[in-house]
Design a protein around this ligand. Structure first.
Ligand code: BES
Ligand code: MN
Ligand code: ZN
Length: 487
């Protein structure tokens, strides 16, 4: 898809579709009003009759009766114009290209000013990219088509360029997560990272199993031991800040497939477990976006990549693992593997003395029980830092909710044989006991854990996105990194 901006003053353009807006009150966008006024008032009449609504994300594709100019109009509901924000702009951008992805089109023109102000235009363009891609990676005949050319009337070109960077980073992230585990195994992820580091100018270091053993990452290695695929730790270093400024660390859970191990998952719960590396994919996608945007921060990424499988050599219940930090873990459930991997990865991140640290992980089903499928759980040891993440999420329109981290929750992960165990007592508060486990490995560093188990991978589609991977929290992370760099 090629993105272009043209001046709305220029002549009516021949195109496959002109995209215009209407709000819930029936108020037409400026371009929509022009179409209405030069064509006998049909849009106003259609609204009055109830044939088109202005409900947010409603779409009506109407073929034109006229020769020349647009072959069709896509009328998109804005919703309540007063409640427009960055999140709405993102979804509107996405619903447009997704609605038009059913077949190939050459040229689609979007009346940008019908939809958003300049403040939200970057998000609008980001959405326009994510609307073009879905989970149909291996269908002989594609399901999602992007227009060859997407033209924004009066679009700001530099914002369109940065929106494109974000949209492409989200689509890459989504693709990695949607890739099945037979294609995307730990080393395949590392290859992607190496290629992207070369392309966009950030350092990539890959620790293979030999190096991981030398580094005493026994916990990470134990989780991956049952797999035929070698485990790896991928370190990413993007330097956009002062050379002496301490980095922001982003840590990602990268379980390329989670069978549950010996505590094996029932088939229905295992179906989507190729998505269990979404944290790592989001870290990589965020660093690619930050590098391409030139965010003025040093941002280091740490992705722990393993496959959790069953074999004669896999880790067992009752095993005690010595983590890189020295803390020992008793394994009481091999399906609580993410926290075991992250124990070592968080410790590796601490080596670089980050100013602060965020980890992203599809960590617990319990987080879905607590918050539902669309809300990420936040867990932190630092009120100021979690506020910063929460504010960024609110601005971009990604729902998050902080859960408590009271000390007494930690009683639940005390072990009789080791320092801690990898399971709470029973399942109550499971998202929190998982977070308390992680907290054992972050020291005093300001830290936020984001449990993305719900939002990272969707069972069903929405008007503005396909089912499958979503790249949840990527926009939030970029917004947060940008606002840190600006302050
Ligand atoms: N990867 C899963 C969590 C998950 C569940 C992610 C649903 C995405 C959707 C994680 O490794 C897991 O299995 N967690 C267990 C922990 C339990 C055994 C303490 C869970 O949530 O059941
Ligand atoms: Mn698991
Ligand atoms: Zn898992």
């Amino acid at each position: 898809m090629k993105i272009k901006s043209i001046d709305s003053g220029s002549e009516v353009q021949v195109c496959d579709c002109l995209v215009i807006s209407i709000d819930t009150a029936g108020k037409l966008g400026k371009t929509a009003q022009g179409v209405n006024d030069t064509q006998g008032g049909w849009l106003e009449r259609a609204f009055a009759r109830g044939d088109i609504s202005g409900k947010r994300l409603d779409t009506h594709l109407v073929p034109s009766t006229m020769d020349g100019g647009p072959a069709a109009y896509l009328i998109v509901g804005l919703g309540d114009a007063k409640s427009m924000d960055e999140g709405a702009a993102y979804e509107l951008g996405a619903v447009i290209t997704r609605r038009l992805s059913d077949r190939a089109r050459e040229r689609v023109i979007v009346a940008s000013k019908d939809f958003c102000t300049e403040d939200h235009f970057r998000a609008f363009v980001t959405g326009a990219w994510t609307g073009t891609a879905g989970q149909d990676l291996y269908q002989q005949k594609p399901k999602c088509y992007a227009p060859l050319e997407l033209v924004f009337l009066d679009g700001n070109e530099s914002l369109a360029a940065s929106g494109t960077i974000l949209g492409e980073a989200m689509n890459s992230t989504r693709r990695w997560v949607n890739e099945p585990a037979n294609f995307l195994f730990p080393k395949a992820f590392a290859e992607q990272a190496l290629a992207l580091g070369k392309q966009y100018g950030f350092e990539v270091e890959v620790w293979d199993e030999e190096r991981l053993a030398n580094e005493k990452c026994e916990a990470l290695l134990a989780v991956g031991r049952g797999s035929a695929h070698e485990s790896v730790l991928v370190k990413l270093r993007y330097r956009g800040g002062d050379s002496n400024a301490r980095p922001v660390a982003l840590v990602g859970k990268g379980v390329t497939f989670d069978s549950g191990g010996l505590s094996i998952k029932p088939s229905p719960s295992m179906e989507d477990m190729k998505c269990d590396m979404a944290g790592a994919a989001t870290v990589l996608g965020t660093i690619v976006a930050a590098a391409r945007l030139g965010v003025k921060e040093n941002i280091f990424g740490y992705c722990g990549l393993v496959e959790n499988m069953v074999s004669a050599d896999c880790f067992r219940l009752g095993d005690v693992l010595r983590t890189r930090s020295g803390k020992t873990i008793e394994i009481l459930n091999t399906d609580a593997e993410g926290r075991v991997v992250l124990a070592d990865v968080l410790n590796v991140a601490l080596d670089d003395q980050p100013q602060c640290m965020i980890d992203l992980a599809t960590l617990t089903g319990a987080c879905l029980v607590a918050l539902g499928t669309d809300v990420c759980g936040l867990f932190s040891n630092n009120a100021e830092f979690v506020d910063m993440v929460r504010m960024a999420a609110e601005i971009v329109g990604e729902p998050v909710w902080e859960l408590p981290m009271f000390d007494f929750y930690a009683d639940q992960i005390k072990s009789k044989v080791a320092d801690i165990k990898n399971m709470g007592d029973g399942r109550w508060g499971g998202a929190i006991t998982a977070a308390k486990f992680l907290q054992e490995f972050v020291g005093d560093t300001p830290w936020v854990h984001i449990d993305i188990a719900g939002p990272a991978f969707a069972d069903s589609p929405k008007p503005f996105r396909d089912a499958g991977a979503t790249a949840a929290m990527l926009r939030t992370l970029i917004r947060m990194l940008e606002s840190r760099a600006a302050s």
